[in-house]
Design a binder for this molecule. Structure first.
Ligand code: NDP
Length: 310
């Protein structure tokens, strides 16, 4: 069996070593621009260049080394429709998202940023506590990662709500769905967590009108994709005081350019797209298990619906 491997960071050796251990029947070939690759059974890519697509028309499946497949599906039909695209299912990302989002929610709820500012000024000043019943946390996207985050937040006792494309029922979570359910969902979300895939339906979702529908002093946490948010609109609403602040892990342009106004806004916390890193070992274990199932003619989870875009 042959696997074509593409890594934008060029760090292929540890991936090859993990495949040698976990799927020894496979020979891994690193894709190199300008070189014709040998025919392969499977491919594993992350944010690949267009030039690799011609190698993918005959593979049995393309594995994406992440949960979000937007960087692959943007090629449209240049990536042949008959080739299944398989995303990572959690593979160690769920717990990282739970840590990141819980931390951001608690930081805002317990006013830690304000206390940090005070501490730097040598100021000892207890602030009134926020009321938990005023602190509903709304999660956009209740998929593999969104539902894991809701589960992690449950023990803290915040009122929880979730929004998805199809209606869900989840214990202890007020569930909303579809375009019709969005406005009511937003109006009750004091903290808004974006965990949606980036698709033609969800790009620019968080524009001025949607962000204005949030209650006063709302807080945004975006761990999905930068293109979900109209960045100038977010900045305007933070400056106006309607939105209290944001924790942003993802941006339209990454790395976030040095001149970007977000860097100058103290109410925005910036992290460099690290909320849930792809863990190599967990990923190779999952992909190896899926390849074994495919070879045995068994179904696998995580095949992307190309029409839906996720
Ligand atoms: P899933 O595909 O498992 O879940 C997606 C969720 O979004 C589903 O609940 C789906 O609804 C909902 N959804 C999709 N389209 C719409 C829509 N038009 N309207 C309403 N709801 C919609 O994805 P994951 O949870 O695994 O991952 C989510 C995203 O997180 C990834 O696509 C990726 O972009 C991002 N991510 C970011 C990382 C980072 O480090 N910053 C790391 C990993 C992922 P339904 O349930 O009805 O299908």
């Amino acid at each position: 069996m042959h696997i074509l491997l593409h890594r934008a960071d060029g760090d292929t050796a540890p991936w090859i070593a993990d495949f040698a251990e976990l799927l020894p029947e496979a020979e891994v070939h690193v894709w190199r621009e300008g070189q014709k690759a040998r025919p392969c059974d499977y491919a594993l890519v992350w944010s690949p260049p267009q030039a690799i697509l011609r190698e993918l028309s005959e593979v049995k499946a393309v594995f994406n080394a992440g949960a979000g497949v937007d960087a692959l599906l943007k090629f449209g039909d240049a990536l042949p429709q008959h080739v299944p695209v398989v995303r990572l299912d959690d593979a160690g990302m769920g717990v990282q998202m739970a840590e990141y989002v819980s931390h951001a929610v608690l930081r805002y709820f317990r006013r830690f940023d304000e206390y940090a500012t005070q501490a730097r000024a040598g100021q000892w000043q207890p602030l009134p506590a926020h009321r938990k019943e005023d602190f509903s946390v709304g999660v956009l996207g209740m998929g593999v990662l969104g539902s894991r985050v809701l589960e992690a937040l449950a023990p803290f006792g915040f009122p929880l709500r979730g929004w998805s494309r199809t209606q869900k029922t989840l214990d202890g979570v007020a569930c909303f769905s579809g375009a019709d359910g969005l406005d009511a969902f937003l109006r009750g979300s004091r903290v808004l967590v974006c965990m949606l895939p980036l698709t033609p339906d969800t790009g620019n979702l968080l524009d001025r009108a949607r962000l204005s529908a949030l209650p006063p002093q709302a807080y945004l946490i975006n761990v999905a994709r930068g293109a979900h948010v109209a960045e100038p609109d977010l900045l305007t609403l933070i400056k106006s005081g309607h939105i209290a602040g944001a924790t942003l892990d993802v941006f339209r342009n990454e790395p976030l350019p040095v001149q970007h106004p977000f860097w100058q806004e103290p109410r925005i916390t910036i992290t460099p797209h690290i909320s849930a890193l792809t863990l190599r070992r967990e990923s190779v274990e999952q992909i190896a298990a899926k390849i074994r199932r495919l070879e045995a003619g068994l179904p696998i989870a995580g095949i992307v619906n190309r029409t839906q875009g996720y």
